[in-house]
Design a protein around this ligand. Structure first.
Ligand SMILES: [Zn+2]
Length: 292
């Protein structure tokens, strides 16, 4: 039995194909068009002959109608009933989940979250995504859009978020959040990866920007701790991957601000599957569906 999972993003498709115990993964650049994405997925299907396809996709996906409601990075799929369209296009049963929720499930089944009872996963990239796996089940919510942790308000009237609201956690804890912290300190516009490089070289302002970023991350973590009392929080994405100290900084601040009891029982670590958490999760969700 072969199973394919794909993580469809704004510029890449990442895939994980499992056949028996053999797992293959990879990353394919795509153009921002429907035919480019479906064309690449069809090639993968031809290669791996899956019986079922799991898809992780950025945005709010409505499980009831199979429609992708909002997806800022994949606008051309917005408002489209992707479940029906993908199933007829690929001639396969398709399981669809939000990419950050898929990433949480991927880390739970194949990564840093194995054996966790209450796992929360944060994906720290262009935006801030979240997912939760509780007693082995992904928390999807009734519509499919639970765990939009990036869009909880932490400062009414605060910085503008990409979603249009003010003071969302994502407005601070994301690559554009880090760029803002750096800009406020230096008046210079640098990309988040440039800032991380400077911080790794020991440049003071870059380190300060990362520290501010980590302080806001710890506020997000505190909220998670106080709602879920999880045993594990897994943090993925480029920033913690290239500057792991953000997690230590956030943890030490979290100790100061959170209730002692949930802090005692949580372990916070980096995602083990790196940029493939979402694709692993999409595959694992399809695998689970197949076994039903
Ligand atoms: Zn927002």
């Amino acid at each position: 039995m072969s199973i394919l999972g794909v993580d469809i993003g704004g510029s890449f498709i990442k895939f994980v194909a499992k056949s028996g115990k053999d797992i293959k993964k990879g990353k394919i650049p795509t153009e921002k068009s429907f035919t480019s994405i479906t064309g690449e997925v069809k090639k993968l299907i031809k290669n791996f002959h899956p019986e079922i396809l799991g898809i992780g996709i950025a945005g709010l996906y409505d499980k009831k109608s199979g429609r992708l409601v909002v997806s800022p990075n994949i606008r051309f799929l917005e408002g489209i009933e992707i479940k029906d369209i993908f199933e007829s296009e690929f001639n396969l049963p398709v399981v669809i989940e939000n990419d950050a929720s898929a990433a949480a499930y991927g880390e739970f089944r194949y990564g840093a979250g194995k054996d966790s009872q209450t796992l929360i996963c944060l994906t720290l990239g262009t935006g801030l995504g979240g997912g939760a796996v509780i007693n082995g089940e992904l928390l999807s919510g009734v519509s499919g859009c639970a765990m939009e942790i990036g869009h909880i308000t932490i400062d009414t009237g605060g910085w503008r978020c990409h979603c249009g609201r003010k003071g969302c956690l994502e407005a601070y804890v994301s690559s554009y959040g880090l760029e803002r912290f750096y800009f406020f300190l230096t008046d210079q516009k640098l990309s988040s990866s440039e800032i991380i490089t400077l911080a790794n070289e020991g440049k003071l302002e870059a380190i300060k920007a990362v520290e501010e970023f980590s302080r806001y991350l710890s506020i997000g973590l505190m909220n998670i701790l106080h709602i879920f009392n999880p045993d594990k929080i897994v943090i993925g994405g480029g920033i913690p991957e290239y500057y792991p100290a953000v997690i230590d900084l956030a943890r030490s601040n979290l100790k100061k601000i959170a209730f002692e009891l949930p802090f005692r029982d949580v372990s916070i670590c980096r995602a083990k599957l790196g940029e493939y958490s979402g694709a692993y999760g999409a595959m694992a969700l399809a695998e689970k569906e197949k076994k039903r």
